[in-house]
Design a protein around this ligand. Structure first.
Ligand SMILES: [Zn+2]
Length: 193
C-alpha cells in the first residue's frame, strides 16, 4: 500500500464551503453505511408518521429497524428535521410457538397495544407460510435471512407488506431461513398457537 498519495485538493476555504462540508459530514455520520441499498421501504406515510412520532409503537419499532439500515430513508427523515435511530436493538423473544409449520413466533408485549400486536418470527430455511396466514400480517421487517413472496425477494432490513400479496405463500430464504418482526391487527393471534 502506498502512503504517498496525491495531495488533497483544497479548492475553497470560504465559510460557505466549510458549512456545506460540515453539513455533509453530519449527514454522513447520521446515515447508516450499508453495502447495498435496500429494495423495500416503508410508505412515505409510515415514514412521516415515524418522523413525527405519530404512529403506533409497533410500526415505530419496525420502521426504526429499517431506517437504521437504510441510507435513503435516513436521509429523508433528516431532511424532515427528525433523526434516524443511532442504534437498534431487537426486543427479547421469550415464548416461541408455532404459527404455521416451520414458522415460530414470540409476542413482543412491550409494544403490543390496543388494536396492534407485535411478534418476533423465525423460520427454518425454505419453510412455507400459506398465503391465507401471511395475509393476516400487516407489516413485516426482515431482521436476517429473507422472504420470497409473490415473485419478489426481501432481505435483511427490508420493510415488507405480506398482505399486499394475499394469494402468495411466504417462503423463508432457502439458505438462511428468516428472522423478523411483524405487526398484525388480527387479535386472534394473541391466543393462537
Ligand atoms: Zn428505506
Amino acid at each position: 500500500m502506498s502512503a504517498s498519495g496525491a495531495p488533497r485538493q483544497k479548492r475553497c476555504c470560504g465559510a460557505e464551503q466549510a458549512q456545506v462540508s460540515a453539513q455533509r459530514s453530519q449527514l454522513k455520520s447520521a446515515i447508516p453505511a450499508v453495502a447495498a441499498p435496500l429494495a423495500h421501504h416503508p410508505t412515505s406515510e409510515r415514514l412521516a408518521g415515524y418522523a413525527l412520532g405519530d404512529c403506533s409503537p409497533g410500526t415505530a419499532l419496525l420502521v426504526a429497524r429499517h431506517v437504521a439500515q437504510c441510507a435513503k430513508c435516513a436521509e429523508t427523515i433528516l431532511r424532515w428535521g427528525s433523526s434516524p435511530p443511532s442504534a437498534w436493538v431487537p426486543p427479547a423473544a421469550k415464548a416461541w410457538r408455532t404459527v404455521s409449520p416451520g414458522f415460530e413466533m414470540s409476542p413482543v408485549r412491550e409494544v403490543s397495544g390496543l388494536g396492534e400486536l407485535v411478534f418476533m418470527v423465525r423460520a427454518a430455511a425454505g419453510a412455507r407460510m400459506p398465503g391465507a396466514v401471511a395475509g393476516r400480517i400487516d407489516e413485516f421487517v426482515v431482521l436476517s435471512g429473507g422472504i420470497l413472496q409473490g415473485g419478489q425477494v426481501a432481505g435483511a432490513g427490508d420493510f415488507w407488506l405480506p398482505a399486499s400479496h394475499p394469494q402468495g405463500e411466504l417462503v423463508a430464504c432457502k439458505k438462511a431461513g428468516l428472522e423478523g418482526l411483524f405487526t398484525t391487527s388480527d387479535e386472534a393471534w394473541e391466543h393462537e398457537g
